[in-house]
Design a protein. Structure first.
Length: 372
């Protein structure tokens, strides 16, 4: 798992003035919305006696610990300690990590790391989600699998005829056609024409019109935005375009929470939402059967730890990108909060602030996997 990246961890309307708990990178956060509509994200761990701030409440825009009433501001600094005399100053060490938050296109993004703003990998461009000609549905799926396996599965071309036969491909004609791949430092995108299932509808539940001869191919674009985003973009002949955008949240090493939005520019009325939801859930369920059983559970550190073909090029690109993040020291342990008697916290940018270098009770999470 990796620190120092933006993660889309919630839909905008999920965050209100009431505190909510969100687990990512084996660490709990508390999020709430301030009166000015801004969103705050703090470590969900009071430094006094380890109480869960998410079980508390908000008062005067401070998140109040339910155990001893300590109140923390949006910057993570404790502003209220009821047990102290009114004129007693609050210790500089009475603070929790506060993480940068960005809200755009219906998502809440949290930067899980301490890099300065100018050094952060930018959030992907999601302006297409605001296109009024598209109809959107959304949902989530919980996997008993590592998020890297989930991400690779989402961009894998050669599994579709077998795992999704009748929806995305034909197992009797499973050849992956020639494709193009565009790569940058932190993302890659593949474009390929994929043969439709040999069905009158072309395998599309929206389309009932029979084709004369073989149905035309579907233009498929798949992309990953490291570390946790997958986009599947389908142009369906005679119908339109469908884009499925997944945020694959690394809950911990063995659990992934996928939050998704599926957009379409055809049948933009509510009656078609039921069909769209059914189709997306069916695809996730089909993938889950296979992905949850992959061994080893984690992607091998060595590139030659598994056999690769040319049709696996997106997985190869993902692993190269992963290696770059490892080399930069961004990997973190699978149990980022430590053991039952000791806790560590993924460092936030405030730990770099002048005068705050030593103002922390809990140590930063150590770097995890090493490159071999």
């Amino acid at each position: 798992m990796f620190k120092n990246f933006w993660y889309a961890i919630a839909f905008s309307d999920e965050i209100t003035a009431k505190p909510t708990r969100h687990r990512i990178l084996a660490q709990d956060l508390v999020l709430w919305r301030s009166p000015d509509n801004s969103v705050n994200a703090l470590s969900d761990l009071c430094v006094h006696r380890g109480g869960r701030l998410s079980d508390g409440y908000v008062k005067n825009d401070n998140i109040v610990c339910p155990y001893h009433g300590w109140g923390y501001g949006a910057d993570g600094a404790c502003a209220v300690i009821p047990a102290n005399a009114p004129d007693r100053p609050v210790s500089k060490k009475a603070r929790v990590d506060s993480y940068p938050v960005d809200e755009r296109h219906g998502w809440i993004w949290v930067f899980m790391g301490d890099l300065p703003e100018k050094e952060r990998v930018p959030i992907p461009d999601l302006s297409f989600m605001d296109d009024p000609t598209y109809r959107a549905i959304r949902g989530e799926w919980l996997w008993d699998a590592n998020y890297e396996r989930v991400v690779e599965n989402g961009t894998d071309q050669s599994h579709t005829p077998f795992v999704h036969g009748g929806v995305f491909g034909n197992p009797d004609d499973a050849e992956v056609r020639e494709f193009e791949i565009e790569t940058t430092e932190w993302w890659a995108r593949l474009t390929v024409e994929q043969k439709s299932p040999n069905k009158p509808s072309g395998g599309n539940p929206f389309k009932k019109k029979a084709y004369v001869g073989d149905p035309p191919p579907v233009l498929v674009r798949t992309a990953y935005f490291f570390p946790a985003i997958v986009m599947i973009d389908l142009t369906i002949p005679g119908l339109g375009r469908q884009v499925i955008w997944d945020s694959n949240i690394p809950v911990d090493e063995n659990t992934t929470l996928t939050k998704y939005v599926a957009l379409r520019n055809f049948f933009p009325t509510p009656w078609a939402d039921r069909i769209a939801k059914k189709m997306v859930k069916k695809v996730f369920a089909q993938d889950d059967v296979v992905v949850s059983q992959i061994r080893p559970e984690l992607i091998p550190d060595e590139m030659n730890g598994e056999l690769h073909l040319r049709s696996d090029q997106m997985s190869i690109e993902f692993r190269r990108t992963k290696q770059k993040a490892i080399d930069l020291g961004y990997s973190v342990l699978g149990t980022s909060e430590g053991s039952k008697s000791r806790r560590s916290i993924i460092a936030s940018p405030y730990r770099r602030e002048p005068g705050l270098e030593n103002a922390w009770v809990l140590p930063p999470t150590a770097e995890g996997a090493k490159a071999l």
